[in-house]
Design a protein around this ligand. Structure first.
Ligand code: ATP
Length: 280
């Protein structure tokens, strides 16, 4: 099967804290993968590893056959990335900001930008600092989708959007998938993931708990939130459901352990990039 994303033993530590712990995950092309987990589970860190914005401590994230940490430049045009804390340049208008990124992408069809803006009822002629939080998020959404990338990596994409705009966004994700693109969407909201995803990967404390076809989740008729907000935190996995596609740890001979190869002080092509690059 053609996999857009392959992670092997993907691990990111910040000092003593392990944010992502030995992640083995394959995402085939043309699917929406919902990446579900409670606060602090490691979703944003995974997203940033996949986008090539941080360097793994161990293991690898392979995207379109390239190591995401080493080949950021090769992947940039093919990926649409929406960070969880999208912060655009406040003194620029939406048009100026998007033009800058269009230039980085090697050119973008302006009519597509206009269509996306209209769709989300977004005025691109005003300075970003004057926009509401939700409207700023829409600028981020347009930026992620405007170059029609093969892979969308979206971190909590509906943050700040009202219900109408959330629905519009979900429609856009479905259309994107139907056009053969792949979407990696992180969320802590079960209903959102169920609404748009084909497959749900559940993360807890940096570890992949399980991977489910969304139909299996729907079939359980789980009305209550899937995420358990109890003392032990983290998503509760209903054991009676069949677990699918959980990868076994890869065979040692098939994994390049970068830390073993280059030592703990591995230098990758990106020295943990800033959260948002842009003009200035
Ligand atoms: N730059 C950093 N330095 C130190 N610790 C970090 C850093 N980034 C993340 N962490 C830690 O890694 C863990 C995972 O954080 P991460 O932001 O990936 O989780 P998350 O699932 O996206 O959470 P949320 O839903 O709250 O955004 C947390 O314990 C967090 O404190």
């Amino acid at each position: 099967m053609d996999h857009v994303i392959r992670t092997r033993n993907l691990t990111k530590r910040f000092g003593q804290r392990t944010a992502v712990d030995g992640l083995n995950l394959d995402v085939p092309s043309g699917v929406v993968l919902g990446y579900l987990g409670p606060n602090g589970a490691g979703k944003t860190t995974t997203v940033r590893l996949l986008a090539g914005l941080v360097c793994p401590t161990a293991g690898s994230a392979i995207v379109f056959g390239f190591d995401a940490a080493d080949r950021y430049d090769a992947l940039q045009r093919r990926i649409g990335y929406l960070p969880g804390d999208f912060a655009a340049y406040p003194e620029l208008t939406g048009t100026q900001y998007l033009d800058y990124f269009a230039h980085l992408y090697g050119g973008v069809d302006r009519s597509r930008i206009q269509l996306l803006a209209q769709r989300f009822d977004l005025d691109l002629h005003v300075r970003i600092r004057t926009l509401s939080r939700g409207d700023r998020q829409k600028v981020g959404i347009v930026q992620a989708f405007m170059h029609d990338p093969d892979l969308l990596i979206l971190d909590e994409p509906t943050t700040g959007l009202d219900p109408l705009m959330q629905r519009e966004f979900h429609d856009l994700v479905r259309e994107t998938r139907n056009a053969g693109r792949t979407v990696f969407l992180s969320s802590h909201v079960l209903s959102e993931v169920v609404a748009v995803a084909d497959t749900v990967a559940i993360l807890r404390a940096g570890r992949l708990v399980s991977v489910w076809p969304v139909q299996a989740l729907k079939a359980t008729n789980l009305e209550a939130p899937f995420l358990d907000h109890g003392d032990h935190g983290g998503p509760h996995v209903p054991q009676r459901l069949p677990e699918v596609a959980v990868r076994r740890p890869p065979r040692p001979d098939r994994v390049v352990d970068r830390d073993r190869r280059t030592g703990p002080a591995r230098v990758c092509a990106v020295a943990d990039r800033p959260r948002q690059s842009g003009p200035g």
